[in-house]
Design a protein around this ligand. Structure first.
Ligand SMILES: C[S@@+](CC[C@H](N)C(=O)[O-])C[C@H]1O[C@@H](n2cnc3c(N)ncnc32)[C@H](O)[C@@H]1O
Length: 203
């Protein structure tokens, strides 16, 4: 999506397998640079990026405070951070109903091979060891984002995205969009104008 809007993109993951999928998807596209790096310590230079965008990453972080400080450092003054994530630890009340409906549906159409029992056991074992393993919510995220120095925090509605997902998904995946509470959070690194006024007062 970012490429289609004409941006130059650096794509980062610390899993070579995940990067390989992304490289295959964008083979031949010169405006994307792939790096194998830790999002919490990227080793990228200070103040180089206009935006940092992550989807379904924050819940997996082992040191979230370190990650937010790192993303603040990477952004140019005025640069923006977009976090798209959710609380994957427990379904919403509507999600519980939807999962009953999926279970009933799967008795007819069969199980999704992407979601086998071994995978969900591994997922559970990993969740137990993560800071957000018991749930990533906006309420838990906000103080960390503020402490890192971000401002202009907004929580845009994700309804248009959810509606688009439902339009394009089969029934099982449409029901799955109801399982968990997801959110968007947008904020920015201060532009630095206030500091400039302090240093160069007008008379
Ligand atoms: C749940 S997947 C989401 C993948 C993709 N962003 C998406 O939305 O489909 C989480 C990804 O974050 C990567 N990841 C987790 N912690 C990371 C870190 N500290 N640095 C770099 N990548 C990380 C994992 O390797 C995995 O590919």
């Amino acid at each position: 999506m970012l490429l289609s809007l004409g941006h130059e993109v650096t794509a980062l993951d610390f899993s070579e397998a995940m990067l390989a999928v992304a490289r295959r998807k964008h083979a031949g596209n010169g405006s994307v640079r792939f790096i194998l790096a830790d999002a919490e310590r990227t080793m990228e230079p200070d103040e180089t990026y206009d935006a940092v965008v992550c989807r379904h990453l924050v819940w997996t972080l082992t040191e979230p405070e370190q990650a937010f400080a790192e993303w603040f450092r990477l952004l140019k003054p005025g640069g923006r951070l977009l976090v798209f994530d959710g609380d994957w630890s427990k379904p919403t009340p509507l999600g519980r109903l939807a999962s009953v409906a999926v279970a009933a549906l799967e008795r007819i159409i069969g199980h999704d091979p992407h979601y086998d029992g071994a995978m969900s056991e591994r997922h559970g074992a990993i969740m137990e060891r993560l800071p957000f393993g018991d749930g990533l919510t906006v309420e838990r995220l906000l103080p960390l984002i503020e402490d890192a120095g971000f401002e202009n925090i907004e929580l845009p509605s994700r309804r248009p995205i959810a509606a688009a997902q439902r339009r394009n998904a089969d029934l099982r995946n449409r029901l799955r969009t109801f399982f968990y509470r997801r959110f968007f959070l947008v904020c920015s690194r201060p532009s630095g104008n206030a500091a400039q006024v302090d240093h160069f007062p007008t008379h």
